[in-house]
Design a protein around this ligand. Structure first.
Ligand code: URA
Length: 216
């Protein structure tokens, strides 16, 4: 795990397997099917890392030999919340890792003129004492990410209950996000160079939603 001195709450998961798979995803000739599979595989690897510090407790169980206070994850079931639509490409992988998780959805699209998020759907499980993993492969301007955290916070979710999982981020987007939500941890596979004039991440991987779903 690597950090950037500019962004104290950004964690870059530079595991060789994650980086190798991401390079294949970036290649423009990678098929929809492979892109989707790689995203799922990377999400499994990232999900393993970001759940490292989940709060633990013990539960008494009977093994065939003795009674044991066995370690289990504390609190309510996790909530996985993809930011639609590209976030779905990551929530599938997270659900394989945590099959009993609750799943919320936050639907926002980027207004092509203003580049600001426009909400069209919010469905969430109850929020008290629950860890939320928000996911969106790309943090470009940071506006959708900020908006999604705002949605959770308005429902009483605290900074510490939120983990934001992305694949690729632009420094511009992380700056915006960090200014809005400095205490929320963000995990990415890569912090790329910059945004271009169309607000695409460079080098990036193009439009993540289109590449996951095979649309144009
Ligand atoms: N959204 C994407 O899917 N790709 C980008 O590069 C920027 C935003």
């Amino acid at each position: 795990m690597r950090q950037d001195p500019r962004f104290p709450n950004l964690f870059i998961l530079n595991h060789p397997l994650i980086q190798h798979k991401l390079s294949h995803m970036r290649a423009k000739d990678t098929s929809t099917r492979t892109f989707r599979e790689l995203l799922k595989e990377i999400t499994l690897l990232m999900g393993y890392e970001i759940t490292r510090d989940l709060p633990m407790t013990t539960r008494e169980i009977e093994t065939p030999l003795v009674t044991l206070d066995a370690p289990v994850i504390a609190g309510k079931k996790l909530a996985i919340v993809p930011i639609l639509r590209a976030g779905i490409g990551m929530s599938d992988g997270l659900l394989e890792l945590v099959p009993s998780a609750r799943v919320g959805h936050i639907g926002v699209f980027r207004d092509p003129e203003t580049h600001l998020p426009v909400e069209y759907l919010v469905r969430l499980p109850d929020t008290a004492d629950r860890i939320f993993i928000l996911c969106d492969p790309m943090v470009a301007t940071g506006n959708s990410a900020v908006y999604a955290v705002d949605v959770l916070k308005k429902r009483g979710v605290s900074d510490e209950q939120i983990l934001f999982l992305a694949l690729v981020a632009a420094p511009e987007g992380i700056t915006v996000f960090q200014n809005a939500h400095p205490k929320v941890k963000v995990f990415v596979a890569s912090l790329d160079s910059h945004l271009n004039d169309h607000m695409y991440i460079v080098p990036g991987l193009g439009d993540a939603g289109d590449r996951i779903f095979g649309t144009k």
